[in-house]
Design a binder for this molecule. Structure first.
Ligand code: PLP
Length: 385
């Protein structure tokens, strides 16, 4: 039995060595403890009831076999129908159904990046961007997002970060962890830069339905250089079912599909049939969930404003707040104290060096849990003044 952390039986590949620093076992292990769950990035809702029925029916109907690697045709057509409200010019050949947004991101990175390439990533941003780029032996180049600027992208920062080695820009709106949404003029400026410099734009829009204020501007269909990523995890509360998708120009979709075939053969069959129902069936449960998230967002904002020592911009989407704090501690130290007091949370530094001095709280949990958690945080931070 190989004990983790006690050295390697065989030397692992250089590009995988950074994985050593990530303790996902510890992070997920904490979930089993009875802590107030303000840590996790997943809806506390169950998938819609009609979708649960659909997965049961898929099993009973014998849909338990391999499928087309890119996904069953009904699902790819349903995805096109869903996306048509933003962009009409997509067909099933543009769509690859993946094992979550995570696999989507991984295969996009593996198809395009190689040693020496530079890839712009948001800082703070979803930690897998850095990791996936590093697994391809490419170099992540963080573009900074600042609280004083509501975590908006500064176009000048993007321009300054581009070199002759830059291959792509990764964009995430609504953002994990900041909750910020990219406005139309920023989107158009990014697209213009990408066009001028011949860069790929990888747009991760897994929180696209979770928008509470302002207008969301998708990158989908805005340019042939855009590779669009979405997922069923957040919108339909299907995190554990592992289904996502990519929309890409036909020049790339075939190669992405081939790569995806080598890694997974195909996405899970029964989940795909359930996902058709998720898209084509009633959207009432989704609307209900969004309404509840907005109420929770307002609640957690009210609570955090009452805690001296935190400063928090109002997130417009997703289900996180990302306050900065004035206690003389690192984000790791502060989150350890809060976790010890009984509330799960995530230190800002795991989202990039610009996330230091911040802490992420998820409000994808009940209003009761939010109140209980914030009360504990209030008491814990009182002692730090
Ligand atoms: N992108 C962002 C910004 C996320 O926050 C997540 C999950 O937390 C994902 C992608 C991946 O989601 P999944 O693999 O469950 O579709």
């Amino acid at each position: 039995m190989i004990e983790p952390g006690c050295g390697y039986l065989h030397e692992i590949a250089q590009r995988c060595k950074f994985l050593n620093k990530i303790n996902s076992v510890k992070a997920f292990g904490l979930l089993e403890k009875n802590l107030v769950p303000l840590g996790l990035g997943e809806p506390d809702f169950q998938p819609p009831i009609n979708v649960i029925e659909a997965i049961k029916n898929a099993i009973d109907d014998g849909k338990n076999k391999y499928t087309n690697p890119s996904g069953i045709n009904q699902l790819r057509m349903a995805i096109c129908k869903r996306l048509c409200k933003n962009y009409s010019n997509i067909s099933p050949e543009n769509v690859i159904v993946t094992v979550g947004g995570t696999e989507a991101l991984a295969i996009v990175c593996h198809l395009f990046f190689e040693r020496g390439d530079e890839v712009l990533i948001p800082d703070p941003g979803f930690p897998l961007y850095k990791g996936e780029v590093e697994l391809c032996e490419a170099k992540p180049v963080p573009y900074p997002l600042f609280e004083k600027n509501n975590f908006n992208i500064e176009i000048e920062d993007i321009k300054e970060s581009i070199t002759s080695k830059t291959k792509a820009i990764i964009i995430n709106s609504p953002s994990n962890p900041t909750g910020n949404i990219i406005d139309k003029s920023t989107r158009d400026a990014i697209l213009q830069i990408a066009e001028d410099r011949n860069l790929i734009v990888i747009s991760d829009e897994v929180y696209d339905e979770l928008v509470y204020d302002g207008e969301f501007s998708t990158f989908l269909g805005q340019s042939d250089n855009v590779i669009y990523i979405n997922s069923f995890s957040k919108t339909f509360a299907m995190t554990g079912w592992r289904l996502g998708y990519i929309v890409a120009d036909k020049r790339y979709s075939k190669q992405l599909s081939n790569l995806h075939f080598y890694l997974t053969t195909c996405p899970p069959s029964i989940v795909q049939f359930a996902a058709v129902e998720a898209i084509l069936g009633t959207q009432e449960p989704v609307f209900h969930m969004i309404k509840e998230f907005k109420a929770r967002r307002d609640l957690i904002m009210n609570e955090i404003r009452n805690i001296e020592g935190f400063n928090c911009t109002v997130p417009k989407g997703a289900f996180y707040i990302f306050p900065s704090f004035r206690y003389k501690l690192s984000s790791e130290e502060l989150s350890n104290k809060i976790i010890k007091a009984g509330v799960l949370c995530t230190p800002g530094n795991i989202f990039g060096s610009n996330g230091e001095g911040h802490i992420r709280f998820s409000y994808a949990t009940s209003q009761e849990n939010i109140k209980r958690g914030m009360e504990i945080i209030h008491k814990t931070t009182e002692k730090l003044k």
